[in-house]
Design a protein around this ligand. Sequence first.
Ligand SMILES: [Zn+2]
Length: 321
Amino acid sequence: MISMHKSLNLMLLVVTLSVSTVTHASSTSKVVTVVTTIAPIANIIQNVGSNYVNVIAIVPSGTDSHTFEPTPSIAKLLGVADIIMVNGLDLELPTVKLAEKVKKPGTPIVMLGNKTLDRKDWQYDFSFPRQHGHPNPHLWPNIALSIRYAEIIRDSLIALDPVNKTGYIANTEVYRANLEVLDNAIFDCIKSIPEKNRKLVTYHDSFAYFAPRYGLKIVAAVQPSNFSEPRPREVIKILKQIKKENVAAIFGSEVFPSKVMRHIALETGVKFIDQLSDDELPPPPNNSFIGMMANNLTVMTDALGGDSGCMKNVNSNALVH
Ligand SMILES: [Zn+2]
């Protein structure tokens, strides 16, 4: 018993020593504090940065990122950031404005979308009209563009933390391979949908850059630019489009509950599925950007008459390493 007690003590000592060693190591080797906005981008940063970074996402899960206003506690977080990464294309204007005021002088603000897509390729539509001057910001559901996000994140982190360059490069390659599996799987999903059904009517307008890549036609996005419900005249127009295009299903999301979508579904007899997401991640173990897109495609493909087995090889773990 005595010797067991002694060895327990010894074990405790070893544990204490190793903990203090770890603490010591992390305080000398730099861990980059990255403050970002929405969960999908936070998850991409986490996959690229792995244990070299501490990622803080400031937009709470289930919150409308388009109308999000940062609170004073968020100003504090922005103030400690070594780097601030946002989507850009005007998605987070209040946050960027605040960040410019409160950030440390040397902290860069990286606008991933603006670095990814030339201004001439920005899209404007019913929900993001050109006359308001704010483009549709949803680049990330297009996986070719989210791979660019990962590369820009990698390069920005290397610029700040060159000691860990090889680590960032290796992480990005592993993550890129996983995104490429997802990208190919999305093509397979869409191909499995009968051609006449490859049409999207969504409430929130988050597939404007996704649809052209994968061969879907956007018939309508219902949500007006002020994020309220559409007016009766607009609803009548959408009803006509749905009938004319013989749309198989219409989609909403939990972040934007809409009575109008239920009304449209009743009027047209078309299925309504309110499970798409552009910035809320699914629950663990699939709480990843890739998991969110896998869910979207499973839901979409099923409802439009395709084979949702298309997502079976996709790795939805929060971290792919
Ligand atoms: Zn959105």
